[in-house]
Design a protein around this ligand. Sequence first.
Ligand code: SF4
Length: 348
Amino acid sequence: MKITTLSIVAGSLACQAKCPFCVARMTPSNNMTNKLPAVNWRNFRKACLLAQSGGASTVLITSKGEPTLFPEQVTQYLEQLWSFNFPIIEMQTNGIAIVEGKVTEEQLQKWYELGLTTVAISIVHYDPAKNHEIYLPHRKRKAAPQLSAACTPGATNGEAKPAGTLIDLPVLNGPAAETTSLGAQLTARAAEGEAAGYIDLPKLFKLLQKPERRFSIRLTCIAADGYIDSGAELEKLLAFAAANQVEQVTLTPVTKPFDAEDKEAFDWVSKNFLKPDQLANIKEFLAKNGKIVRPMPHGAVVYDVGGQNLNLSNCLTRDLQPDEVRSLIFFPDGHVRTNWDLAGSLLF
Ligand code: SF4
């Protein structure tokens, strides 16, 4: 059996965010609750051996909630992984606990020394107001956003807006627009994330890119109608990534599972999925501006767009080749499955 990635379910169902498309909520909980479960370490080692025998070079520490809410357990997983020497170890996170200091700098440093190579940060947009309405709609904005000097005044009326209301993007014109790159302008905007009720993404990038721990950063962006839904929006996202030395960007159109556990999430996805003409527009942009680096298993394609890496991906695909598994998924109770959305895809 050929295996691409060993995915590890860390943490619990708990998450600070409330994404309306939460794939974790739409797929079976498989005995997970909001409480941190004990880990079956015997079976964990067996899962590692199985993944290596299938040729997996990548481990992804992920969760049915948010893994960094339980940083000690992330450390434990990395310690257990050490002897297996997987070349690439990634962690998927919304980054909130890291930038808010609930994950300490000592813990980040330890993760780096234990071999964590890549921190993949979930977003839906380069703009904090858009991320706020998806991830933290329950969190009040601290204040009206103060736009940086690079941004033209007039983009905010100076009043705090209720959660979920979009703040207009700064309209750039005059000398500021001529002298400041698009990426720098979007970075200035993102650094005001806390005012918009979200996190300061550039601050998070800096925390992860200190000279003593230069993690590789990937922005994993869910593409949905009204968010990154066109070639023009993707171009801005890539400019934002490049300005922040974010090495990789993955764009994944929001997907509903074959059978949804959570009707609310299922309905949101049914309404806001990327429409065929929007996806076609993104592909057109990539055909014009990108060069294919390599096709990936399961239909994803990696591009170079003006020097910026982009993976146009998909999630929750079925494994169609009888002997190929995209993701071997380890659950803390010791079960190993091959599909997030099929509780019956059990190997042991
Ligand atoms: S950050 Fe992830 S786990 Fe948390 S609500 Fe959003 S999709 Fe679900």
